[in-house]
Design a protein around this ligand. Sequence first.
Ligand code: TXA
Ligand code: MG
Length: 350
Amino acid sequence: MSEAETKRRTRRLSDSPADRRTAAALLRAGELVAIPTETVYGLAANALDERAVERIFSAKGRPQDNPLIVHIASQEDWAPLVRSIPAEAACLAEACWPGPLTMILRRSALVPERVSAGLNTVAVRLPAHPTARALIQESGCPLAAPSANRSGSPSPTDANRVLEDMDGRIAAVVDGGPCQVGVESTVLDLTGVEAGGRPRLLRPGGVTAARLESLIGSVEIDPAVTGRLREGERAASPGMKYKHYAPAAHVILVRGTAEGYIAFVNKQAGPQDAALCFEEDCDSLRTAFITYGRRDDPESQAHGLFDALRRLDEQRVRTAYAACPSVEGVGLAVYNRLLRAAGFETVDVQ
Ligand code: TXA
Ligand code: MG
């Protein structure tokens, strides 16, 4: 990106029809526009325009080998992007789209190689957010869109958070208010099913593993979902191998009971440290704290997590002791993101 381009201001657009037309025109012209989705804000470009796609990588500082998700506005837009749609994929599309599910299938020749970072597959998602769908429809092209953060930072869940990372790097952000889900979509690899393989969950998200299994039977959970890749091991989803969602603060994930967590933090935390805790914990903590939802409510945790991670840095927290979520339902997605924010550093307490 040239010096002149980086100094340019980013326009803040509303989701009014007139502003949507402006955003769609920018997208058609090969510009980058951040858009709201029900999960997190996406950094969108025309998926069929290689140069526009290239700009996504430079604006985000994204590693060249990390592929992008292609967003469509209706199910009919799917077939041209992939080689075939297996029965399991059609069933999931029927039941879960529009919604926070991304499916990986073999890529058709229409999709530029660059979108998939050279892989012969493509990730496709039909988002539920009405503004996202209207923008895809009006721009007349599928939109490649990773989360609208600088690579490695927590994903943005409102327009101000997008501008913190992207002001001056993209043409516009469409402000559609806060995102409902708060963590990124579930990513499911279905490339092996036609040859008899099981679908594989690469990233947990708003559509739970239990829901997928109730629809298509057994799903394999990729080991990278809850574990660290070993030296030399290949990531099925390249995005899973990078340090991710990481604030500047040192995050430690504390596993154990509520009482054990509170006792540990009260003993351990120094004056520059904070608890990254559940709302119920606040009254018992003698330290600074930032909350991310309620203890038995994984949806509220998903909704609050990324904003809480960004607030750690605003408040210049040195070490954050994070209360560990349960891995039930959407909790698995929250756990997966926190584990990465912590660089896999965990402590077990009673
Ligand atoms: O909810 C979401 O999915 C958001 C919104 C904007 O739609 N997008 C998002 O994109 O989270 P991104 O780029 O931040 O994450 C995409 C993940 C990465 O881990 C990437 O490696 C993986 O999906 N991915 C994309 N295409 C893939 C492919 N062909 N094969 C394997 N993994 C793929
Ligand atoms: Mg991302």
